[in-house]
Design a protein around this ligand. Structure first.
Ligand code: MSP
Length: 545
């Protein structure tokens, strides 16, 4: 595995327009990992994008009388706006409608066909004539078409198939030889017992009936179906099968494909098989994260109306509490590898406790005391305290704790370690009681030590918080005259004693204002109720019209 580059990907998102805080999770965690790796000197390539083809998009666009591309474009723009609002630092945004992707997928399909990994046969499924759509047994609603409710019948259609069944043994071998390939490790048993052992079926990879897709170039009646279009985005984004494969050569194999647990199967079974067929090296790791549950659900489009009181739109969060509050919540609250449950109260309490109280207070108290006792100039440390060693040990260990946690994608653990330092620094204030020291001129040296040590803890916490809450970390560092963009080597910057005495320290404003949780919950409920009523009114009007 290459050491100096780091290639990380999110899944490409369906442009459903159903953007809620759960959908932001995969991308926000990738962003934190990407930012961290840049800060440890890696040459990072962070990829995200959209997965735009398929019957659903075609039908939706038709229903409003526009082309699929016209229908999708504003939704993609909206997603990009959300990523900008959330400070997502992706290096590339791929759209599966991008011409370079289309061409490369056609070449991949042709290669797999020519070498016998793809063959022509026929697909059998439930067909709705009006919607011109195939459905699987489980997709049907009361035995009828889930889109229009009309009767469906079994129909056969010529399609191409990928010989997935031929790869079962090699996939098992891949898991055996690479224990870290799929994480958390519980997902490996799930793959083996639920899917591979019962027998892998060949995969239908083209459709005659779906027009909104990449045409198979040697059989243009057929379009490439779902996975051979979507999964290779991780290669085509790097220029694979184009005239310029330099990025592919530089960044592949991916260090991690971050995916939600419902699409692990495609990434841990179908994707390795496609790569094996193409003769391409495997990604280093696939990480299947849990879901953020809202109202007990993953919050699919159909369930969104059931959630009447919880705030779910990422734009609302950014406007009301700032991007860092949402980033922090997502990164801190979803336990490593499992699901997390959202509620307004849990969110507001977490933000209040950790960001407003623990972090915000430490920064505002310390900078206010430096302002009051030292005229806003950081003093050099003088006499030491018995509490100093413990404080310095925790501060000195933060970077390696964060690194170990993030190398394993465990953002909650990384944040817990940074907040352990913040908590310890707050306790140090209680122990040393600087307001008492300030009353005694002979204790000026001791007071200086307290201010210096607290400032060092704040600085170390802030540099380590840069990947997680970049805006707040930047603001905190700027109070000490440190430009966040100058932080290039996080390990070095995390050692105690780097802060220069004599620098000007600006008295901090409350970076995260305290929220009155009860009042805020009431306000949110009123907002959501009025929006819900508005929506129902609109729906009724649409039916009337
Ligand atoms: N298009 C496919 C992926 C193809 S990758 C080659 C897809 N798209 S998606 O829009 O449905 O999902 C994108 C990501 O959002 C997935 O990782 C999914 O798990 C994540 N999430 C959607 N809702 C979520 C939650 N409520 N909680 C956490 N993540 C969730 O799947």
């Amino acid at each position: 595995m290459k050491k100096d580059t780091f290639y990380i990907t999110t899944p490409i998102y369906y442009p459903s327009g159903n953007w809620h805080i759960g959908t932001c999770y995969t991308t926000v965690i990738c962003d934190a990992i990407a930012r961290f790796n840049r800060l440890v000197g890696k040459d990072v390539f962070f990829l995200t994008g959209t997965d735009e083809h398929g019957q659903k998009m075609e039908t939706k666009a038709q229903s409003v009388g526009v082309s699929p591309k016209e229908f999708i474009d504003p939704i993609v723009e909206d997603l990009k706006t959300i990523w900008t609002m959330l400070d997502v630092s992706y290096d590339k945004f791929i759209r599966t409608t991008d011409e370079y992707h289309v061409k490369a997928v056609q070449k991949i399909f042709r290669k797999l066909y020519e070498q016998g990994d793809i063959y022509k046969s026929s697909y059998e499924g439930w067909y709705c004539t009006d919607c011109e759509s195939f459905w699987t047994e489980t997709q049907l609603k009361d035995g009828k078409c889930p889109d229009c409710g009309r009767t469906v019948h079994i129909e056969k259609e010529e399609s191409y198939f990928f010989r997935l069944s031929a790869y079962a043994d090699r996939i098992l071998e891949l898991y055996r030889n690479n224990p870290g390939f799929l994480e958390p490790s519980s997902r490996v048993n799930e793959m083996v017992n639920n899917f591979i052992k019962p027998g892998l079926q060949d995969l239908c990879v083209s459709r005659k009936s779906v027009k909104w897709g990449i045409p198979v170039d040697f059989d243009p009646e057929q379009t490439v179906y779902v996975w051979i279009d979507a999964l290779p985005n991780y290669l085509t984004a790097l220029g694979y099968m184009s005239d310029d494969e330099s990025l592919f050569k530089k960044y592949w194999p991916a260090n991690v494909h971050m995916v939600g647990k419902e699409i692990v199967r495609f990434h841990a079974i179908i994707w390795p098989a496609i790569l094996m067929a193409l003769g391409i090296e495997m990604p280093e790791r696939i990480y299947g994260h849990g879901w953020l549950l809202i109202g007990g659900d993953k919050l699919s489009k159909s369930k969104q109306d059931n959630v009447k009181t919880e705030l779910t739109d990422p734009k609302d969060f950014v406007e009301r509490y700032g991007s860092d509050a949402l980033r922090y919540y997502l990164l801190r609250e979803i336990p490593f590898g499992s699901d997390g449950a959202y509620s307004n109260v849990a969110f507001l309490t977490r933000i209040n406790n950790d960001l407003a109280n623990d972090l915000g207070n430490l920064v505002s108290r310390t900078t206010a005391m430096i302002d009051k006792y030292f005229g806003g100039v950081l003093p050099a440390a003088g006499d030491s305290f018995v509490y100093d060693e413990d404080l310095k040990t925790i501060a000195g260990g933060v970077f390696s704790e964060v690194k170990t946690a993030l190398d394993n994608f465990n953002a909650p653990k990384a944040l817990t370690e940074i907040f352990r330092l913040i908590g310890r620094a707050n306790k140090y204030i209680d122990e040393t009681m600087p307001w008492v020291l300030a009353k005694d001129e002979t204790k000026k040296g001791a007071l200086a030590t307290v201010m210096y040590n607290l400032s060092e803890c704040i600085r170390i916490a802030a540099v380590n918080l840069l990947p997680f809450i970049p805006k707040a970390a930047h603001e905190i560092l700027s109070l000490y005259g440190i430009e966040s963009s100058s932080v290039k080597n996080l390990e070095e910057e995390s050692s105690f004693g780097k802060l220069k005495a004599g620098v000007t320290v600006i008295k901090s404003r409350p970076i995260f204002p305290r929220i009155d949780v009860q009042k805020e919950c009431k306000d949110i409920e009123e907002l959501m109720t009025s929006r819900h009523e508005e929506k129902i009114k609109e729906q009724k009007k649409e039916i009337k019209d």
